[in-house]
Design a protein around this ligand. Sequence first.
Ligand code: SF4
Ligand code: SF4
Length: 180
Amino acid sequence: MSRQALAAELQTAADSYQRAHVIQHCAVCANPCCRLDRLVLELNWKQVKVFWQLDESRAAFDRRLASGKGPEEIRAADGLYFAHRKVCPAYDETQQSCRVYDQPIKPVGCSDFPVYADGDCLTADLRCEAVDIDTLSAWVVDALGPETRVVQSADRDFPFLVSLSVKRRGAKPQARARRA
Ligand code: SF4
Ligand code: SF4
């Protein structure tokens, strides 16, 4: 199997795991990631403008932010914005749900969290209480077949990030039938 095909299958496995084990748990999560008390939300200007309901220009907002008069939970860097330590404005605390869940404005990182696929590797963020790393490993083997080997390793600096490195042995060539 090519690396590309393996990456595509891993992405599919990650998506189906999220649907089966994570998304349905969000409504009853004891510590929702959307409160941003542990996670940092990466945003582009359009997302900031919509979520914080701004009617000023980007330049005016940037000046306000730089002068310390902007939303204290937002930092700007490298053309992007990072929100932390206050509940995401798109989060509905009562329903425990995202108000922009199915909309293109939703940040990409929100859809990926807590399982990220990258090439032949999946990374799970165990700060999400719905993720169980052994269940995820078994899910990958189930999805990719019994010849799949999964090796777990925790990040040295951020041990809540656990990588699953996936290898798949090629199928053995079938023995040719002997001619009589
Ligand atoms: S931490 Fe996990 S279960 Fe909780 S709201 Fe976020 S994605 Fe859902
Ligand atoms: S955009 Fe939605 S999913 Fe993302 S942090 Fe805000 S409420 Fe949560």
